[in-house]
Design a protein. Structure first.
Length: 230
């Protein structure tokens, strides 16, 4: 049996906020018993936190087999990242509701994807990440498009390895004195699927997310080599 993961991504955390917010989220998960405090090799690369005695409160249905798995940990991913579950099929403009298809009839990336990929590359280089709608002309932030399947762009993600479907109403949260509620996005990546996405960098509720770092603007995320871990 292969491995899979889910990731909650905070798409509003800044680069300066990512590390302290990641620490706060992990502290909350430890305090509530969802994960254990000790960091171990329970993730595929690096170190993570194994399920705690109350992990079941963070999922829709507990899996008795989770505790027996070698890879069952939770890890925080920080740094500028794209979180996605599979290659994007289309994006919808929030202003005019135009749906832009990103693949041709054979399922290969088309010119619309190429143009959007250039915007993603610029965002990785520190740009604003705004892309014009081909219909109405509005400049739309990468997180403002409706992506199918879901994608998110940000500096912070919490990844859950091999956990059951997560309950987004119960994990994770920031301290009660946080100024605002973070906006999150999520998607699921199942590494057992024969068509699973290949990602360079892996950065959780109903669905789950991954992250990639582009080598060139001509490449679709599915063309990247997979290196599991941060």
């Amino acid at each position: 049996m292969g491995d899979w993961f889910q990731t909650i991504a905070d798409v509003e955390a800044s680069s300066d906020e990512a590390e302290p917010l990641a620490a706060a989220a992990l502290a909350w998960l430890v305090e509530t018993g969802i994960v254990l405090a000790e960091a171990t090799d329970c993730v595929l690369s690096g170190r993570g936190h194994a399920p705690g005695p109350r992990y079941a409160t963070a999922v829709t249905e507990a899996d008795p087999g989770l505790l027996a798995l070698r890879t069952n940990g939770v890890e925080a991913i920080t740094g500028r990242s794209v979180f996605y579950s599979m290659g994007a099929e289309d994006v919808t403009c929030p202003h005019c509701r135009q749906v832009t298809v990103l693949n041709d009839d054979r399922g290969h990336p088309n010119d619309a994807w190429q143009a959007l990929s250039d915007t993603i590359d610029a965002w990785f280089d520190g740009g604003r990440g705004e892309h014009p709608c081909p219909r109405c002309g509005h400049l739309v932030g990468l997180n403002e498009w409706t992506w199918s399947p879901p994608w998110g762009f940000g500096h912070l993600g919490i990844k859950f390895w091999n956990w059951p479907r997560s309950d987004h109403t119960s994990c994770p949260r920031y301290p009660s004195d946080s100024a605002t509620e973070p906006r999150t996005r999520a998607a699921r990546c199942d590494l057992r699927r024969p068509t699973r996405p290949k990602v360079r960098q892996l950065q959780v509720p109903k669905d789950a997310l991954t992250a990639y770092q582009p080598q060139s603007s001509s490449q679709n995320p599915q063309e990247f080599d997979r290196t599991v871990g941060h």
